[in-house]
Write a protein that binds this ligand. Structure first.
Ligand SMILES: Nc1nc2c(c(=O)[nH]1)N[C@H]1C(S)=C(S)[C@@H](COP(=O)(O)O)O[C@H]1N2
Ligand SMILES: [Mo]
Length: 372
């Protein structure tokens, strides 16, 4: 590249700057964001055709580097405020009662790049989503055997990966309250879709917390630490907050907000991904989920007119629910949209709910289509 093309490129020139700037911007996408987008890939929306997302199509989030892991030598420590500490090998974990759960996992930052201004991080549009069959063993019996102290309040899950974020060097760690991890569906998972975890998904063992946004499901798990005071690590206390501005103490991000997505119909243009559909009956399909309560309604709007879609049988308490809608497509430009409602009465907003970190951005998806 010559110097002049660099100056007019639609992305800013890489500067080799040592730390990130996360101030929300309406500026062009930066090389930093481009790099994050390649490392943290999304699920192509057409993968919603199947109940279970193939491993290679499931979205990924890796804050730093994928650790090199030796499954034979791996140990998960059970430590802190417990009566009996333990050090579990992969075989120890595999020997325990086995449980397979279909779980829809979504990154809390999904939708972030649609905000104005946009928080600078992984620039997700709508694709930070996937549903896998996770196999593992319930966590609570392990803690019960370790004799959790009466003064215990939280459990911190530590990952093997290390890096710097917010100017702070750290290993990835997140906590949950004791009540939250008593749920039997909170598992230590060692298989995804019937195969050992792949390196990028947390090999050899990770936590899976159905219903919560993905940051909770700590990968490359090395330690389960019972604490007697709330954990204040970076990924808990500084990141994953709904904040209105940088100094806002905010509210912690927890469970997945209700959301529906559709498989964009017809065929796409290569560059813009604008859709082309033939006139006549078109069966729109998609998926909907909520980490709070079951999805009870999905609606589709054609040019702003909302009608109910047909719901398929739920695929499990923690998996997305299929839906379809028969659209009689007439020639011309159209805008399609979809939105879900859950049994807790939550419904998706029409416009993006802005917040400083770009968390839980679950407004309705809009797809423009040309019918020919
Ligand atoms: N140790 C560790 N665990 C982690 C992460 C990470 O970077 N390190 N990313 C979290 C985030 S933000 C998400 S959304 C999910 C993504 O899981 P996946 O890559 O298997 O889809 O993993 C979570 N667990
Ligand atoms: Mo995430």
């Amino acid at each position: 590249m010559t110097e002049s093309t660099l100056q007019t490129a639609p992305v800013s020139v890489p500067t080799n700057h040592p730390t990130e700037s996360t101030t929300p911007t309406d500026g062009p996408l930066s090389f930093d964001e481009l790099g994050l987008a390649f490392r943290n890939r999304g699920m192509p929306l057409e993968a919603m055709a199947s109940d279970t997302t193939p491993v290679g199509l499931h979205y990924l989030v890796i804050h730093w580097d994928i650790p090199t892991a030796d499954g034979e030598a791996w140990r998960v420590a059970v430590e802190g405020a417990v009566g009996r500490r333990a050090s579990l090998s992969l075989d120890d974990i595999r020997a325990r009662p086995r449980r397979t759960i279909p779980v829809t996992m979504e990154c809390a930052g999904n939708g972030r790049a649609m905000l104005h201004p946009r928080p600078v991080s992984v620039p997700w549009l709508t694709e930070a989503i996937g549903t896998a069959e996770w196999t593992g063993t319930s966590l609570w019996p392990i803690l019960d055997e370790a004799a959790v102290g009466a003064d215990a309040v939280e459990v911190v899950f530590h990952g093997a990966d290390r890096g710097i974020q917010g100017g702070e060097e750290q290993a990835y760690a997140r906590s949950l309250t004791i009540d939250e991890i008593r749920r039997p569906e909170v598992i230590l998972a060692y298989e995804m879709n019937g195969r050992p975890l792949e390196p990028q998904h947390g090999y050899p063992v990770r936590l899976i917390v159905p219903g919560w946004y993905g940051m909770t499901s700590v990968k490359w798990l090395t330690s389960i630490e019972v604490t007697t005071s709330p954990f204040r690590g970076y990924q808990q206390a500084a990141s994953y907050l709904y904040q209105q501005h940088e100094d806002d103490p905010g509210e912690p991000v927890t469970r997945q907000r209700v959301r529906a997505l559709m498989i964009p119909p017809g065929i796409p243009d290569f560059l813009t991904r604008h859709r082309y559909v033939d006139a006549g009956p078109v069966r729109l399909r998609g998926r909907a989920w909520s980490g709070v309560a079951a999805v009870v309604r999905v609606e589709v709007a054609v040019d702003g007119e909302w009608s109910d879609a047909t719901l398929e049988a739920p695929g499990g308490e923690f998996a997305w629910r299929g839906w379809s809608f028969n659209w009689q497509a007439s020639r011309g430009p159209h805008e399609l949209a979809c939105r879900a409602t859950d049994a807790a009465g939550r419904v998706q907003p029409l416009d993006p709910p802005w917040n400083h970190q770009g968390m839980g951005v679950n407004h309705v998806q809009r797809v423009s289509v040309t019918v020919r």
